[in-house]
Design a protein around this ligand. Structure first.
Ligand SMILES: [Zn+2]
Length: 375
């Protein structure tokens, strides 16, 4: 299995280099819009060789692009139309607004000097640029990863390179896994796990409630003030709260994936796409029901698990909180939400309702494994 990641580095450009990069990203942008118009006028071409055949020479001559960059313009434009078509969007001209450039490794960019300097093509000449990379991203500069495309992006007068890397990961046969962990996110706890060894763990996020209360109080005070300054402060508080939530998600996903590695486990998650999270949510549970925080935690778990060569399954969330984990009876009134009790109407099985969904998720993963083994 191939895993793909993107990381960014900040370029330390001299003034001369900035103007060369400015020219290059501006030309590239104009070339994108030119090629997009040609594609559009010819029936929205999304086939790269076909578009390249028509526009390649123009892209080289009109916009001064190097050979590989002209090819990358065609790739980007065809990608845009292919995406539109897969979303059933037709008759809409794809437009590009922000200056950028897309480079290919080995052709338009490469690393020098023990990967402390990056060499970049511009439409004027090749330049050598020192760069900064944060510690978390340094692993992508090791031999383990293969470099792919690079995108130059300007943000607040600084240039960044977003670099795609990939790595081939050996996947274990499904029969080799020793454990199956079901994970439920965002019910009464941030996450709940239940596995083949009947281990149960609740991730409560103890400090989360205190934090919420503190920020809620602060926000209320600021709202009463109603000034412009107070409004900005509320924004800052929201961002801080988000960052804290992201940090908590990182910690929880790491803890879960570490346990999965230890026990060589398949991870089972609910496929949350398509669920309307805003409905039927009690006010006091709102925070945990914020969908981005959910998605983020699931993404972190998936990402970390796949990096370690573990298998992740996404199962259909239908009836996971109404099904009896013992006899399989499905009924809405199996669950007493007020008392937080699950009592099966068919067999009488009783349990605290926090665990029901997690158990059912784990069971669905187990069934899926049996199905896959039989294939
Ligand atoms: Zn039952």
């Amino acid at each position: 299995m191939k895993i793909v990641r993107t990381f960014k580095i900040k370029l330390n450009l001299s003034n001369d280099q900035i103007s060369m990069i400015d020219n290059t990203t501006q030309s590239f942008l104009e070339a994108l819009n030119y090629a997009s118009k040609v594609s559009f006028d010819n029936g929205e071409i999304s086939n790269k060789p076909a578009l390249q055949k028509i526009v390649y020479n123009d892209l080289r001559a009109k916009f001064n692009l190097k050979s590989q960059m002209a090819v990358n313009v065609c790739t980007a434009v065809c990608g845009s139309y292919a995406t539109q078509h897969s979303n059933k969007v037709y008759g809409v001209l794809a437009k590009y607004k922000a200056p950028k450039a897309i480079y290919s490794y080995g052709r338009d960019y490469s690393f020098l000097d023990d990967k402390k300097v990056i060499s970049l093509n511009t439409i004027d000449k090749r330049i050598k640029v020192p760069f900064k990379v944060n510690n978390y991203f340094k692993k992508y500069l090791t031999k383990d990863w293969v470099f792919g495309s690079l995108e130059l992006v300007k943000l607040k007068n600084n240039y960044y390179a977003h670099i795609t890397v990939n790595k081939e990961i050996e996947e274990q046969p499904i029969t080799e896994f020793k454990n199956i962990i079901g994970i439920d996110v965002g019910q009464n706890f941030i996450a709940t796990i239940y596995d083949s060894k009947e281990k149960v763990k609740f991730y409560k996020g103890r400090h989360l409630k205190d934090m919420r209360a503190k920020y809620k109080h602060l926000r209320k005070q600021l709202q009463e003030k109603g000034t412009h300054n107070a409004h900005n402060k509320i924004k800052a508080i929201n961002q801080r709260e988000q960052r804290t939530m992201t940090y908590i998600n990182h910690c929880i996903s790491k803890s879960i994936v570490d346990y999965a590695k230890e026990t060589n486990a398949i991870i089972v998650l609910e496929d949350l796409k398509g669920i309307n999270l805003s409905c039927k949510v009690k006010r006091e549970n709102r925070y945990y029901r914020v969908s981005w925080a959910f998605d983020e935690l699931q993404r972190f778990i998936e990402y970390k698990a796949m990096n370690s060569g573990l298998k992740v399954m996404c199962i259909n969330p239908k009836y996971t909180s109404q099904t009896c984990p013992k006899c399989g009876h499905v009924a809405k009134n199996n669950r007493d939400k007020k008392l937080h009790i699950f009592k099966c109407r068919a067999c009488g099985y009783t349990l605290n309702d926090d665990l029901i969904a997690t158990k059912n998720i784990q069971h669905k993963g187990y069934d899926e494994r049996i199905r896959l083994e039989a294939v």
